[in-house]
Design a protein around this ligand. Structure first.
Ligand SMILES: *[C@@H]1O[C@H](CO)[C@@H](O)[C@H](O)[C@H]1NC(C)=O
Ligand SMILES: *[C@@H]1O[C@H](CO)[C@@H](O)[C@H](O)[C@H]1NC(C)=O
Length: 361
């Protein structure tokens, strides 16, 4: 995960430019939130122990009595995390998540797929990363993608949300197929990456595990580390329930390196392709557009200072581009400082997603 950070977000779009005007008109017609208001996915959910196990901070991984939900705690002694017991060669990874509330500066909650444990230098990763904030300021989050160790080429998008993720559960899902990646919040697709031949191995294509973690990111998460985690408010609790996961599982990690290519995943791929979450309906596409018009405030595709030629999967929408500066940030998005160009990198794949630190923020 990782990527550029920003401390300031504007929840409300500037009222006075074209696309936002269109948006306002459409939102008057259709209600203010991006909810696609179709029924949610048809998922069968899993007991924690059926598919996941603690990753670190075991004492801070608290299963509910019925074993179907789990709380991840961060306190002075430790953060915590869990990992899927198997790796999957493409799949769908999903959970209903409630984030810690109150004062959450310096806290990072991540829900992501990775194989950094197995492929150190050429790992793949797909991320949801939630960044806490000082009291009264909303959570922000970002999505990202790495393929075959492309940590020099972050593909971050950053957003605000249309609800308070600490108040109620919302479903966060990552669909990863041989052809596309879709990030969902509830049944709203918020980002779609269509595989493009020019991406080559930068499209994630080796088996990955699902990870969920909470940890202290005080050094960078909120205003560039200005606001640290305050353990007066500990423990910080992220709750996960209605866990769902489908894909082509590898029975053993050894399979990953040796025989992943020989694995017969055709049934699983067909099942994934037929699932409701693999097709974006017209209504959902509209909800996605609305979400992106209103809540997307940084896109690497429009960050021409960083990528003079946008990475090949970028679909440049001229109307959308119009709203962003050459730093990839919204023109009228409030007082975001512009990100410093390239930044340090570090990989702590055992515990956390790949983080590209940004001193801005
Ligand atoms: C939901 O999925 C199950 C199989 O997992 C299937 O039997 C059922 O018909 C599906 N329900 C709907 C409404 O599609
Ligand atoms: C992935 O990266 C490794 C190391 O950089 C490289 O040797 C390999 O050719 C890449 N794989 C593909 C399929 O491009």
């Amino acid at each position: 995960m990782g990527g550029l950070r920003s401390s300031k977000i504007s929840l409300f779009p500037p009222a006075l430019f074209f696309s936002s005007l269109l948006f306002l008109l459409s939102s008057i017609a259709d209600g203010a939130t991006p909810s696609s208001s179709s029924s949610s996915f048809n998922l069968s959910t899993l007991a924690f122990d059926d598919a996941y196990s603690p990753l670190f901070g075991d004492g801070n991984v608290l299963r509910s009595p019925n074993g179907r939900s789990v709380r991840l705690l961060l306190d002075r002694s430790s953060g915590s995390g869990f990992i899927s017991s198997k790796m999957y060669n493409y799949g769908f990874f999903s959970a209903n998540i409630k984030l810690p509330g109150e004062y959450t500066a310096g806290i990072c909650v991540a829900f992501y797929t990775s194989n950094g444990d197995v492929f150190e230098k050429r790992h793949d990763e797909l991320d949801f990363e939630f960044l806490g904030n000082v009291r009264g300021k909303p959570w922000r989050f970002q999505t990202n993608l790495y393929g075959n160790g492309s940590t020099h080429r972050g593909r971050e998008e950053r957003y605000s949300l249309w609800f308070d993720p600490a108040k109620e559960f919302h479903r966060y899902s990552i669909l990863w197929t041989p052809d596309q990646v879709i990030f969902y919040i509830d049944d709203v697709p918020i980002r779609e990456i269509i595989r493009n031949d020019e991406m080559g191995s930068e499209y994630p294509s080796k088996p990955m595990s699902l990870y969920a973690t909470i940890w202290d990111a005080s050094t960078w998460a909120t205003s560039g580390g200005r606001f640290k985690a305050d353990y007066k408010y500990a423990p910080f609790v992220a709750e996960f329930k209605d866990l769902a996961l489908d894909g082509c599982p590898l029975e053993a990690v050894q399979q990953v390196a040796s025989a992943a290519e020989e694995l017969d995943c055709s049934d699983s791929h067909a099942r994934l392709a037929a699932a409701d979450y693999s097709t974006i309906s017209r209504k959902q596409r509209y909800a996605m557009r609305r979400f992106r018009q209103r809540y997307l405030y940084y896109s690497y595709c429009y960050d021409t200072l960083r990528y003079p030629i946008p990475p090949p999967e970028c679909v440049i929408n001229p109307m959308e581009k119009e709203r962003f500066k050459d730093t990839g940030r919204l023109k009228f998005g409030g007082s975001h400082r512009s990100p410093k160009r390239r930044s340090k990198r570090r990989s702590r794949a055992r515990v956390v997603p790949v983080i590209v630190e940004d001193p801005d923020m």
